[in-house]
Design a protein around this ligand. Sequence first.
Ligand SMILES: [Zn+2]
Length: 210
Amino acid sequence: MKVEEPDRFAQVLAVVRAEEPRPPVWDRQVRAAGYAREQSRARRRLAELYPVRYSELLAAELAKFGLAPVPPRGLQPCGTTAAYIRHRKRGEQPCPMCRQAWRDYCRQPHTRAYQTARRHALAEMPHAFPDRFAELLAEQVAARGVEALTGGARARAMAGARATARLLLSRERPRDFKRLYAQAYPAALARAQETEQNASTGAGAARSAT
Ligand SMILES: [Zn+2]
């Protein structure tokens, strides 16, 4: 879509760019990743704006490989994780069916392992880069006015500052973050699978006892 509609593409790209606020920290890798994401989002947007032309181009590409055009994939219905994410993106309260689908998804061992490993990697980043973390934390503390707060409000603001500083650090150093994540994942998955197994045998035992 990009080549055929250069002006329109530039317009759409500008819109996509304006919609997405830039993260406060931009190293070269993060910027390149963000730029690639903007481009592909703009191409998809253009395809949505010109569905007929897009389907023609797609059919022509598929024909090169002797393939028939595929029917357009509709929006996933409620009761799927895709629909849950759609609700959230639109700022809606997800419906009960979607909430249930999301709960089921979150309960799966690989999802829990992902969350555990991600938490673990985020917690490790400050230890791996203590000086940079201290800088980022100081920025967050200043931005949130933590010093002026007292009691519970101060504790909450401090926790928020730490969480954001860890996140920014992980974005600055995506490769290190990925490495720490990859290290933590296998053990997290094994634990999650074990918990799942115990839960299902436990439930089975409870069922057979009644
Ligand atoms: Zn729904």
